[in-house]
Write a protein that binds this ligand. Structure first.
Ligand code: BTN
Length: 150
C-alpha cells in the first residue's frame, strides 16, 4: 500500500493535467483584431475546416482607399490538433492588385484567452520579372478576440 501511493499520486496528476489540456478549445469563428489594428471576421468554419470571412486592414502598402476584403481559409482538422488548431487563409484585397497569405495557430494562453499567432506573405504586383525580387513582404501578426459590445 505504501509503495502504491506515489504511483497513484503520479497517475492522478498525469490524468488531471491531461484533463485540463482537454478543456482548452480555440475557435476561429468570430471577430478578431491584430497588433496593427486590422479587423477580421471569420463567419463560420464548416465540418471540413473550410472557412470564409472578411478583413479590414488598418494599413496598406498602396495609396488606395482601404476597403473591406474577402478571406478564404482552411483549418487543420486532424485529432492531433488538441483544441489549438493550425490554419491558413488568403486575403484577396479588393482595393489593390496584391494578395496576402496568412498561416498560424489558434492558442489558448495561460489566462484562458484565445490568441492567433500568424505569419504572412504579402505579394504585390510588379510590372516585370526584373522587379520580382521586391514583390514580397513578410511579417508577423498577433490577433486577439474582439469582445462583443452588447
Ligand atoms: C495592400 O496594401 O496592397 C493590401 C493591404 C495589405 C495589408 C497588410 S497584409 C499583412 C499586414 N497585416 C495587416 O493586417 N495588414 C497588413
Amino acid at each position: 500500500m505504501v509503495q502504491a501511493t506515489p504511483f497513484l499520486l503520479v497517475l492522478f496528476l498525469a490524468l488531471g493535467a491531461h484533463g485540463l489540456q482537454g478543456t482548452q478549445q480555440c475557435s476561429l469563428t468570430g471577430r478578431w483584431v491584430n497588433d496593427l489594428g486590422s479587423n477580421m471576421t471569420i463567419t463560420s468554419v464548416n465540418a471540413n475546416g473550410v472557412f470564409a470571412g472578411s478583413y479590414h486592414t488598418a494599413v496598406t502598402a498602396t495609396s488606395n482607399e482601404i476597403k473591406l476584403s474577402p478571406l478564404h481559409g482552411a483549418m487543420q482538422k486532424s485529432p492531433n490538433q488538441k483544441g489549438q488548431p493550425t490554419f491558413g487563409f488568403t486575403v484577396n484585397w479588393s482595393f489593390s492588385d496584391s494578395i496576402t497569405v496568412f498561416t498560424g495557430q489558434c492558442f489558448v494562453d495561460e489566462y484562458g484567452k484565445e490568441i492567433l499567432k500568424t505569419m504572412w506573405l504579402l505579394r504585390s504586383r510588379v510590372e516585370n520579372i526584373k522587379n520580382d525580387w521586391k514583390a514580397t513582404r513578410v511579417g508577423i501578426n498577433v490577433f486577439t478576440r474582439l469582445q462583443s459590445q452588447e
